[in-house]
Design a protein. Structure first.
Length: 350
């Protein structure tokens, strides 16, 4: 495949000439070479890299477009689930979850009641909720966003979803400065809630364990801090308003693990669920909430590349992912599957 890509690159450097008897064979050779390259790319189901000036940005939004495509690809796909957890799920009506965190709420009901009583807010921003058609972009933290100049493009979307501690301040030219939702967990909350978000940004907790919910409750209620049980110490002081916090419905984690990642896995035994990254989870959420889903900044360096940073804002390399518990190879296959089926589109390259 590398050889084919080299042929494509060389063919683009041929001079453009008029068709005549002297150089007609050259033009014909160029045409056949280009046709061969794109034919090979189609055959191997690999999307060709499109230079940034020619990237298609969705200006037209068709209600229900993504939902129809997702229903054909994801088994038991449904949008009849609350986006965020709410108090009524545990107070008025007993929520019977089959799984414990991060795939369900079984065993964490009492803790959730205490946390949700503090926030008293369980819905999306009204201006987003009432949109007839939602154009969303999930902004990954990948190094390929560096020098991308995609900031203005990203800011044009109705919903901009950011991940974990990815900074906005000082990176606006490449990543924009609009943030509708930020998905995070305690260990990834080492960002400035004011500097790297907007006043109306919703900080969406992705709970992987009961202690994550307890940490959030402690922060909001200014209780005695817990210092044990985290793989990395989360902030002890975190200036955030309760009305700006939400807890993502673990339903989306379950769908990501069992419907999207399992569907592309060739493992003979699936006794253990996959542990999705926050980015993969955000894409799944967008497929259930949005009518256009674009992504930017997704993808890791090749496994053999030990030096290229994996993030646009720091020099951490792929080595840091070795103990994460995430299957990034499986996620790459899943994202390619979504791209090939046109459920999502890419503003960068993958």
């Amino acid at each position: 495949m590398i050889a084919n890509n080299e042929i494509c690159q060389k063919s683009s450097s041929f001079p453009t000439t008029k068709m005549n008897s002297k150089n007609g064979w050259k033009a014909g050779a160029v045409f056949l070479t280009v046709a061969f390259c794109f034919g090979m790319l189609w055959y191997l189901h690999v999307e060709p890299y499109i230079p940034r000036p020619y990237i298609h940005v969705h200006e037209i939004c068709t209600p229900g477009d993504v939902a129809a495509k997702a229903a054909a690809l994801i088994s038991n796909y449904s949008r009849n689930h609350p986006v965020f957890l709410q108090l009524s799920d545990y107070f008025w009506v007993k929520n019977e979850s089959k799984y414990s965190l991060p795939y369900g709420t079984k065993g964490s009901e009492d803790l959730l009641m205490k946390f949700l009583a503090l926030t008293n807010q369980y819905h999306m921003q009204p201006e987003i909720e009432r949109l007839l058609c939602r154009r969303c972009v999930v902004v990954g933290n990948g190094h390929r966003l560096k020098n991308s100049t995609l900031g203005e493009t990203i800011n044009k979307y109705d919903v901009v979803i950011r991940l974990n501690n990815a900074p906005v301040h000082n990176y606006e030219k490449d990543v924009g400065n609009k943030t509708t939702l930020r998905f995070f967990y305690p260990e990834s909350a080492d960002f400035d809630p004011q500097q790297d978000n907007n006043p109306d940004t919703l900080l969406v907790l992705v709970p992987f364990k009961p202690l994550d919910i307890q940490w959030m409750k402690i922060i909001l209620n200014n209780e005695k801090r817990v210092r044990k049980g985290f793989w990395k110490m989360p902030p002890l002081i975190w200036e955030v308003e309760p009305q700006n916090t939400r807890i993502l419905n673990p339903y989306y984690m379950e769908v990501t693990a069992t419907k999207i990642l399992d569907s592309v896995s060739d493992l003979s035994s699936k006794k253990l669920k996959a542990k999705p990254t926050t980015g993969m989870l955000a894409i799944t959420f967008a497929l259930h909430f949005c009518d256009v889903v674009d992504i930017a900044g997704f993808g890791y360096p090749a496994l053999s590349n030990k030096k290229e940073p994996i993030h646009y804002y720091e020099k951490v390399t792929l080595k840091s992912m070795a103990v994460s518990g995430h299957n990034i190879t499986l996620e790459a296959i899943a994202i390619r599957n979504l791209l090939q089926n046109r459920l999502i589109h890419n503003l960068t390259y993958f």
